[in-house]
Design a protein around this ligand. Structure first.
Ligand code: ZN
Length: 319
């Protein structure tokens, strides 16, 4: 059993995992989503709702277990910006629609859009579209993965990830950028991208959020770990029955919302600064280079920066 995100019955054509590959022939259509056809119920990739002082931001591609394509990334960014700008919002709760929080980056759904341009937000770099090899890959992943995650971590309002079911690879990145994590007892986590020859997802927070010893186990084995183990490692704040997930997250959000907003922003920044003084930011920057070395090695030796893996193979390996 490992972390490729598959759970209920295997009928869900969700995608998983790590960084996409540009010009990857295993890309669109490689996963079971190819025979699933367009999703008539597909709406906005992210839903936004305000409930009192809480902004509820919901990943909304449940048919694909909320696999993150770029459209979702930029919709998520817009939702976080909206919550930041709304003075009525004190706390942001990030949720996933359906049975799973997020199965990872989109490496195979019909909505996979790694070859498309979006208005860049995370930093100043050129567009990846029209470029080749590591040039394209580095540009895209710097923007949509590492850059966006850092940007979201630095939102001045506290955030809570509300996690049920699969939280795999790129899904971990979304949970980790939140300040607190409330997990249902059916939540499970994994970063299985070593199967692709890649030493972890782009936002390499593992040693800081798991501790070095458990981080090695998670990376080396790719195995899933459950909500209780995540709690023991200090990665999540609460583990509750699935039926109590939303109530618990909103209760916690309500307690936080009673605090002074500027004080919260400063406390959040204080912890972030100290994490970075413990080496998180420069460590992550250094490992991003190793991540891209692995992509490039794969591309050089096999012509596929994901090492021959796709959504289907990763899911099957993760069972
Ligand atoms: Zn990558």
């Amino acid at each position: 059993m490992t972390g490729a995100g598959e759970t209920a019955g295997g009928s869900s054509p969700g995608q998983l995992n790590n960084g996409e590959q540009l010009n990857n022939s295993n890309g669109t259509g490689a996963g079971p989503a190819a025979d699933a056809g367009p999703d008539p119920a597909a709406g906005e990739p992210v839903r936004y709702e305000r409930r009192g002082p809480v902004a509820l931001v919901t990943l909304n591609r449940p048919r694909y277990r909320n696999a993150q394509n770029s459209a979702m990334t930029y919709a998520l960014d817009a939702a976080f910006a909206r919550a930041t700008d709304d003075d009525e919002v004190a706390v942001i709760v990030l949720a996933g629609a359906g049975d799973h929080f997020c199965a990872g980056h989109d490496i195979g759904s019909p909505g996979r859009d790694a070859d498309q341009s979006f208005d860049r937000r995370a930093g100043l770099w050129w567009d990846h579209v029209g470029r080749a090899g590591a040039d394209a890959r580095f540009a895209r992943e710097t923007e949509v993965y590492l850059g966006m995650c850092r940007r979201w971590r630095e939102m001045p309002k506290p955030s809570i990830a509300m996690v049920q079911g699969a939280c795999i690879a790129g899904g971990l990145m979304l949970a980790w950028v939140c300040d607190l994590i409330v997990a249902a007892d059916d939540a499970f986590f994994a970063d299985p991208v070593l199967r692709m020859g890649i030493p972890g997802v782009e936002y390499f927070a593992h040693p800081w959020v798991l501790g070095p010893r458990f981080a090695r186990e998670v990376l080396f084995t790719g195995q899933r770990f459950g909500a209780r183990r995540a709690y023991e490692a200090g990665m999540v704040n609460r583990v509750v029955p699935r039926a109590e997930l939303t109530a618990t997250a909103f209760e916690l959000a309500g307690e936080i919302a009673a605090m002074p907003p500027f004080g919260l922003a400063l406390a959040k920044r204080a912890v972030n600064q100290c994490e970075d003084l413990m080496g998180m930011r420069p460590g992550m920057e250094a490992v991003f280079g190793l991540h891209h070395l692995a992509h490039a090695h794969n591309a050089e030796t096999s012509g596929d920066s994901l090492g021959g893996q796709d959504a289907r193979s990763m899911r099957q390996a993760g069972r």
